[in-house]
Write a protein that binds this ligand. Structure first.
Ligand code: SAM
Length: 256
């Protein structure tokens, strides 16, 4: 076991070492699997970097409004958000949740927790840097005959310095289109000011940004200055800190 993942293994082992009666009681029940994860964090006073219930519920409400066919998250970690949001797609047999996670150890744990929650068929984990997975996911969607080529809902929750670069990747691949809803986490804590500046910026400021700053995740992914976003920061009071999510609607394209 790698020492750097000790904390994650501790949670994972706790869940899968629950008495068989308790484990069977939560099997196939996403809410109860999430509660078991929440309870462990509370009882051990350990913070895990998942979305949690307070911020998560705001996003769940937006998913219920939007009813996405294709929902994608950047940064899956141990599967908490994939379970919380993926369960919202269960009613629609044509809807699917893609969780993009760079760390194979986390992806493996998430796979098992998602399976425990009983929603494996609804959630696909793509292992590797989000940039690479976005390119392969686009190819995969193009092969499917569902006709869906763009993302309906995107949850951005990986490393903060990658928010803008990977948004530019999605823009360049035309995965974002009018109607796409985006939510980004950790806007105040640890903070993603560059992302807020970009997504709330004017067409001119995006054009300037994309022309002057090469995309760290691939120079060919310049981004699209002409995508129009309606975006606002929503502060959320948590038990021990104040954070915010950025809620964004892609509303159209700017005139050339
Ligand atoms: N969304 C998760 C949840 O609420 O349960 C929490 C995600 S955690 C804040 C961030 C995750 O992003 C980590 O698991 C990390 O390994 C992953 N990550 C970091 N860089 C990434 C990248 N380039 N592509 C995909 N995942 C990445």
């Amino acid at each position: 076991m790698s020492a750097e993942h000790e904390k994650e293994y501790a949670l994972f082992n706790h869940i899968f070492s629950l008495p068989s009666e308790k484990l069977n009681a939560i099997r196939g029940k996403p809410e109860l699997v999430l509660s078991a994860i929440d309870d462990y964090q509370k009882n051990t006073e350990t913070h895990y970097m998942d979305i949690g219930q307070a911020k998560g519920q705001i996003i769940v409400d937006k998913i219920r409004e939007k009813k996405p066919k294709i929902m994608v998250e950047l940064g899956g970690y141990l599967g908490y958000s994939a379970i919380l949001f993926g369960k919202e797609l269960l009613q629609d047999s044509t809807a699917h949740y893609y969780s993009l996670e760079a760390n194979p150890t986390f992806a493996e744990m998430a796979t098992k927790l998602i399976d425990l929650a009983g929603i494996s068929e609804k959630v696909t984990i793509l292992v590797g840097p989000a940039t690479t997975s976005l390119v392969s996911l686009q190819k995969e969607l193009q092969k499917q005959d569902s006709g869906v080529r763009t993302f309906d809902f995107v949850f951005i929750d990986h490393w903060k310095d990658l928010y803008v670069p990977d948004l530019r990747v999605m823009e360049s691949l035309n995965l974002i289109a009018p109607g796409t809803v985006l939510v980004a986490d950790n806007i105040y804590h640890p903070g993603a000011p560059e992302y807020v500046k970009y997504i709330q910026g004017t067409a001119d400021s995006k054009r300037e940004h994309n022309a002057s700053i090469p995309n760290a995740n691939g120079h060919s992914f310049v981004g699209r200055w002409d995508i129009v976003y309606d975006s606002k920061t929503i502060p959320v009071e948590l038990e021990n800190r104040r954070d915010a999510i950025e809620l964004t609607y892609c509303t159209g394209y700017a005139e050339k």
